[in-house]
Design a protein around this ligand. Sequence first.
Ligand code: UDP
Length: 334
Amino acid sequence: MTTAERFTVLVTGGAGYIGSHAVLALRDAGWPVVVVDNLVTGFRWALPDDVPLVEGDVGDTALVGRAIAEYGVGAIMHFAGSIVVPESVSDPLKYYGNNTAASRNLIEVAVRGGVRHFIFSSTAATYGAPEEVPVREDAPTHPINPYGASKLMTEWMLRDVAAAHPMNYVALRYFNVAGADPQGRTGQSTAGATHLIKIAAEAATGKRDHVSVFGTDYDTPDGTGVRDYIHVSDLASAHVHALQKLVDDPAASHVMNCGYGRGFSVQQVLDAVDRVTNLKLDRRVGPRRPGDPAALVADNARILATLPWRPERDDLELIVTDALAWERKLAERG
Ligand code: UDP
């Protein structure tokens, strides 16, 4: 790549969990970065000191428009949004606001500012409860919660905008993201965790006294929910490869699953935590959680065929080990 192509990448939600890992991966690959984050769930300290932070909402068109012009932004990676499935069920308008409406504004200001490439954090929740698992990208998208619907609508906006304007995009449909930067530079830090591996890491480090198992009567091998857990560093590197693909082939856009293609049940995840810590978590069986499908596992053939991305941390115990190391670091921080 020539230096002329080294435009700045605007990362929304760059002070958050996945966004901060993407910022590190982009910088490790030599890309200049500017972050837009309102710091509601993110942290300034999650960013390297020399990464500029524009503090505010991604839906604030004046603010983002200024940042695009000031920093010479040529691509946007859009991580900012609300991510808690049960909360989306109880407060859907928050999700249609923070995810769908804010994304609409961001895409508009990107088009106006001449931004050529857009990478979007989508989700396996766009599929709902898929009939076939592993699920392919061409499976029907019937979200069963407002979170998935709010993200699917953004995929639709990108599809239509890319057809009408000189912009291409990649929507990465994430499966279950977990773990932390293997170098210990960032990790999942937001209080009030709801995600299983984070909760188990909190329990293993004494922050909680038990882990609830949400339902043991699913149609899965052990009756608990099955998910495709992917290490956050592998996910972050998929974004850097996706960006390169958009630059190299500006006529094409892609919707791609981002997972490892294999599933673990809640019990298997907790077993892995027990093995890594040599302790026994207190597991308490509870009812199903609203909005949860039985099983979600990626068919990842498309991303493997499209990008030179290859997973490097496809190992549940490694994911748990990195999540635990970060949890201990957070505990020391106080
Ligand atoms: N889960 C659980 N106990 C918890 C949190 C999650 O049993 O404290 C289950 C949840 O029902 C699902 C799986 O773990 O089957 C993954 O849930 P998570 O919230 O981590 O991610 P999601 O798949 O909802 O995005």
